[in-house]
Design a protein. Structure first.
Length: 487
């Protein structure tokens, strides 16, 4: 997290004509360039199989993508595209195609007087990763006159065995220091602030343990369905798509110990320890769901099985709720509840910390003075910020207690927050791995979740526009909960 300089480099986007490049990567790089964050020469080479594209047609495609992202398509943008963007058709990705790619890279480096620093961003489907990694390695593109970094999008495998296999393949050519496993959630300012919120505010860190906290709830909810991703999603499900990566990363940031320093390895060491301390997940602590016909914002929406491309009798889960227990000194006996799903009542990403009630309350004798537990709600998206619920006396002669909230919102103080990919791309270019997932974190998460994939309980139905199957509420019974909090 210390400021570092961007060195001259070539940024290769494999899958450069795909949705991720169009919606996220190109807009993020352009924003960095427009803001002056790219303090050295940055040349982009997009590769894909499309043979009908060339430099000029790709630049036009990129200008349209930037305009669709709401960015100004002005002369500055046009000049940037003309100066920085190039395209290379990779064909069928045989050995000769990767040799041709190497030749094009070396030619661009000579043309722009670059020192041989390279980023390979694999913005490609998971099934294409092995071929791309093998092709780059066989062509000698894992070595360069300068540094070489490879960026891999989630999912990192689809179970423990495949994650290990992918890791072995990557390590044939790229070291762990060269490998950047990107989870865009970690680039969000509100997520990064979790560490500062905890460790820079003694009032909260002193309460952050089993003595003061009764339970923690982490929710990643979406009103959207699977859209046009049926072919991908039906073979994946919510557990692989969201829990193994995003939610496990949020869990580690909430539960980790104070690192020895704010350096990448020190932080990632503590995150890995959290996952290694999670107890095996009990069958009674799991609830799968699948949405059926319902309403969202007054509009009827079809069920999951009605989506084009979904198998008629599919048992793929679109909702998961889990109870996790961390067997260490800080968290022993404190349940962590994780919930995620499609077609839920509201799109939100929240962490709710429920503090313990007083052991004995002097207000119990008064009928309108029941003491409720304090809660801290950290909202990661939308309306990033936090709220702390506390109890006050309502005005009047009667002793009546009411909950009130202290509230903070990022946009009210700081204005526009940078997109997650802007922060992460800049970290890649400066060699900062703090916000990227290390292999031991990946494997520890898969060790926890692979038994659930093998168990694969039949999902309970829930109506679109609700908060998931009612069976998920029973997970909260041990802590006296009747429902999940949704402020």
């Amino acid at each position: 997290m210390a400021p570092r300089e961007v060195e001259p480099h070539l940024f290769v986007i494999m899958g450069g004509s795909g949705a991720l490049a169009r919606r996220k990567l190109l807009p993020a790089v352009w924003q960095l360039a427009a803001q002056g964050s790219l303090t050295a020469k940055s040349i982009i080479l997009a590769t894909a199989r499309r043979r009908h594209l060339d430099d000029e047609s790709y630049r036009q495609w990129a200008r349209e993508a930037l305009a669709a992202a709401g960015l100004p398509a002005d002369e500055t943008c046009t000049h940037w595209c003309d100066e920085c963007l190039h395209y290379h058709a990779l064909g069928e990705e045989g050995p000769e195609d990767f040799q041709a790619l190497r030749s094009r890279i070396e030619a661009l480096e000579r043309q722009h007087d670059l020192p041989g620093n390279r980023v390979f961003y694999l913005a490609i489907p998971p099934a294409s990763l092995p071929l791309a990694v093998e092709g780059l390695g066989a062509a000698g593109l894992h070595r360069a006159p300068g540094w070489t970094r490879i960026v891999v999008e989630k999912p990192f495998g689809h179970d423990l065995e495949s994650a290990n296999e992918l890791d072995r393949l990557l390590k044939r050519y790229f070291s762990e220091e060269q490998t950047y496993r990107i989870d865009h959630y970690l680039g969000k300012e509100a997520v990064q602030n979790l560490l500062v919120f905890r460790f820079a505010n003694p009032v909260f860190e002193s309460l952050w343990s089993r003595d003061r906290i009764a339970s923690v709830q982490i929710t990643v909810a979406e009103t959207a369905g699977i859209e046009d991703r049926a072919a991908f999603y039906d073979g994946v499900g919510a557990l692989r798509d969201m829990v193994q990566n995003h939610m496990m990363q949020l869990l580690t940031l909430v539960a980790m110990e104070i690192p020895a320093s704010f350096e990448a390895d020190a932080i990632r060491n503590e995150k890995a320890k959290v996952l290694q301390a999670v107890a095996p997940i009990r069958q009674q602590g799991v609830c799968f769901g699948q949405y059926v016909v319902g309403e969202i914002d007054g509009i009827g929406v079809p069920g999951y099985l009605d989506a084009a491309g979904v198998q008629p009798a599919s048992s793929t889960e679109t909702f998961v709720a889990l109870e996790l227990n961390i067997n260490n000194w800080r968290w022993q006996g404190v349940p962590f509840y994780l919930r995620t799903g499609k077609r839920l009542a509201k799109s939100t990403r929240q962490i709710v910390v429920n503090f313990r009630c007083p052991v004995l309350s002097v207000f119990d004798r008064y009928p309108d003075a029941a003491v409720s537990a304090n809660s801290l709600v950290i909202t990661l998206e939308p309306d990033e910020g936090f709220e702390l619920e506390f109890v006050v006396k309502a005005p009047g002669d009667m002793l009546t207690l009411q909950p009130q909230r202290l509230r903070f919102r990022y946009d009210e103080v700081f204005g526009r927050l940078p997109e997650a990919y802007e922060a992460l791309l800049l970290d890649i270019l400066t060699g900062d791995q703090t916000l990227f997932v290390r292999i031991d974190e990946v494997l520890a998460a898969w060790r926890l979740l692979t038994p659930l994939l093998e168990m694969r309980p039949r999902p309970y139905p829930y109506a679109a526009g609700t908060w998931g199957p009612r069976e998920a509420d029973s997970l909260l019974a041990p802590v006296g909960g009747v429902c999940w909090l949704n402020w």
